[in-house]
Design a protein. Structure first.
Length: 196
């Protein structure tokens, strides 16, 4: 599978997030509730908006790049529904995790003196979440393309190297009904599906 669009989206979003976190860290001159909370709220609104826009473009690209696809490309409503759903792999809902990450940063900035470390940690957490959801959007857009085209079964593929976990190794080559595909067993799973 070609992961280039996904990797490009992740790199773009990480660059944007770095700039936004750096800007926010410069803008907060006093680390009290009156300054930290509104600045963090604005920061997370901005980076969430960046992600949503890029994720939608990624979904459209992955949908079109699927070997088979239907006519209805993923739209904003589809993306919002995907992000609003509970993810078995990540164990959370996207919007709730944004609020949680914002609250962690606020708490860290208000209770600790090393504010640069707090921004670095928050950026790392945001980057991990972006990576995971870019993968989810990629996989979901491809599955939507297969479903729209009438595909009834898909085959599981692994990267085929020493990093493949035992669960994925056992699934390699297995065929699943498209409406009963097992969740990826872990974060940053490099497996993919092809239509049968």
């Amino acid at each position: 599978m070609d992961w280039k669009p996904t990797d490009s989206a992740i790199r773009l979003l990480n660059r944007r997030a770095i700039r936004r976190f750096e800007k926010a860290s410069r803008q907060i001159t006093q680390f009290d509730e009156l300054n930290v909370m509104p600045a963090c709220k604005q920061l997370y609104q901005d980076i969430a908006k960046d992600n949503q826009k890029v994720f939608l473009e990624l979904a459209k690209k992955c949908y079109q790049d699927a070997e088979v696809h239907g006519k209805e490309k993923p739209d904003r409503a589809w993306l919002l529904a995907l992000l609003a759903g509970y993810s078995a792999v990540t164990g959370y809902v996207y919007e709730h995790e944004i609020d949680r990450k914002r609250a962690y940063l606020e708490e860290g900035l208000l209770s600790r003196t090393n504010h640069k470390n707090e921004f670095r940690r928050a950026l790392r957490y945001w980057s991990d979440m972006t990576y995971q959801y870019a993968d989810d959007v990629t996989d979901s857009a491809r599955i939507k393309a297969f479903t729209d085209a009438g595909v009834e079964q898909v085959q599981w593929h692994t990267a085929g190297d020493e990093k493949v976990c035992q669960v994925c190794r056992e699934r390699n080559g297995e065929i699943y009904p498209i409406d009963n595909i097992p969740d990826k067993p872990h974060r940053k799973c490099r497996c993919w599906l092809t239509p049968v």
